[in-house]
Design a protein around this ligand. Structure first.
Ligand SMILES: Cc1cc2nc3c(=O)[nH]c(=O)nc-3n(C[C@H](O)[C@H](O)[C@H](O)COP(=O)(O)OP(=O)(O)OC[C@H]3O[C@@H](n4cnc5c(N)ncnc54)[C@H](O)[C@@H]3O)c2cc1C
Length: 375
């Protein structure tokens, strides 16, 4: 797919930022288990918190292909940053733009686009993961608006966020609510200890009778599930782009190492067995990129095939990222297994892309449903 001049310029901006400001620090941030606070401002200066929001609310108004380009480049630098931007700028903020009543939109969206307000997305519950529709968090109408009670799990950056899009069961069905995180009763639990994505805080959030104003319900009564599905389609595309970016990083590390490491008197890259391994990795990365961009273009064009293509891209790219990062460790040999080298971190991060935004088994269920014309 040929990129437009604007798409290439935005891609270059993200690449320069990722190479200069993310990649050199990624290993240390992973060890320290946190992103530096200044990063939020740096991303704001680039406009990346408002990637997909309209220019009328201070966003960049980028199409899905350009969003995917940015997320790929950010992930090539540091995957946690890419996932954080994906959740705020591509999953949650567009949902608000689409469904929030005008006063809520006017109050929250420009701040969200400028990164002054960062959003989390709270759908998953302890007993409602793939079957998210089985959620049990409740939203009861009260005089002041809505009162929410329940537990949300694995809310990415749930403590850093200024507000969360929370899904709950109201008398009308499943609804989405905008919940400011400083509202009394929004209680952040302990941070999870994770395999990868260690720069992000993934937390449980308890909603202990949190009250939000009536206009903080997003969309028509009972429209929450439809909004969640739309948001997850975008999120899957984002996950595909992130998987592509981190696989690209692993490939680059592997190629460099193979040309530098000498065994049997020559660089290991000169052995045909090694060359085939690197070639297979490159094929997987390029195919992930192509399918991700194809899905993104379909989404921009409002093609009815876009949701299925997003599921395909997410599944293919995340599994390619697992395969490529596994092979990258093999290329590094014993050094690849050690935490002093970058490929084990990418391997740990890659695993999450097979799970979040809907596990790959669920993507296959969705794809097969369309193939076999099932509802
Ligand atoms: C790093 C990370 C960040 C996350 N961030 C967020 C976040 O910010 N907000 C949020 O709401 N959630 C978040 N999640 C949760 C994520 O979306 C869920 O983990 C995911 O949807 C799967 O749900 P589950 O973990 O409960 O798995 P389960 O639903 O319990 O599934 C367990 C296994 O069974 C398989 N399975 C389930 N149903 C079927 C079926 N019908 N057919 C075949 N196989 C099936 C699944 O694929 C999986 O392999 C995050 C998860 C991770 C790992």
């Amino acid at each position: 797919m040929l990129l437009t001049l604007e798409q290439r310029q935005v891609q270059e901006l993200a690449r320069e930022f990722a190479e200069g400001e993310l990649r050199p620090h990624a290993a240390r941030w992973d060890r320290e288990g946190a992103l530096p606070p200044a990063l939020r401002r740096q991303l704001a200066d680039l406009g990346f918190w408002g990637l997909a929001l309209g220019e009328d609310v201070d966003g960049l108004g980028l199409d899905a292909v350009t969003v995917a380009l940015v997320l790929e480049e950010l992930a090539r630098g540091e995957t946690g940053v890419a996932l954080w931007v994906n959740i705020h700028a591509w999953v949650a903020a567009p949902l608000l733009a689409e469904a929030a009543p005008a006063p809520v939109r006017d109050r929250w969206l420009p701040a969200a686009a400028r990164g002054e307000t960062v959003l989390a997305f709270a759908l998953t519950e302890p007993d409602a993961g793939s079957d998210a529709r089985a959620l049990t968090t409740t939203a009861d109408p009260v005089e002041a608006g809505w009162r929410l009670r329940g537990r949300k799990t694995w809310v990415t950056q749930g403590a850093q966020a200024d507000a969360a899009v929370v899904f709950a069961r109201s008398p009308d069905g499943i609804d989405a609510f905008l919940v400011p995180t400083n509202a009394p009763g929004y209680r952040v639990g302990e941070r999870e200890r994770t395999l990868g994505h260690r720069t992000l805080e993934i937390v449980t959030v308890d909603l202990e009778g949190v009250t939000v104003p009536g206009d903080h319900r997003l969309g028509a009564p009972g429209a929450g599930w439809a909004l969640a599905k739309q948001a997850l389609i975008r999120g899957r595309l984002g996950a595909a782009a992130i998987a592509t970016g981190l696989a690209q990083a692993a490939l680059e590390h592997a190629v460099r190492y193979a040309t530098e490491r000498t065994q049997f008197g020559r660089p290991i890259a000169e052995f045909e067995g090694m060359q085939f391994k690197l070639a297979d990795m490159a094929i997987r990365v390029e195919a992930s990129r192509a399918l991700t961009r194809r899905a993104a273009a379909a989404l921009t064009a409002a093609d009815p095939a876009a949701p299925t293509l997003a599921s395909m891209a997410k599944t293919f790219a995340s599994e390619a990222a697992m395969a490529v990062t596994t092979e990258a460790i093999q290329v590094f040999g014993g050094y690849g297994y050690m935490r002093d080298y970058p490929v084990e971190r990418l391997f740990r991060d890659a695993k999450a892309t097979e799970i979040y935004e809907g596990a790959n088994d669920i993507q296959r269920v969705l794809i097969a449903r369309v193939l076999t014309h099932q509802p």
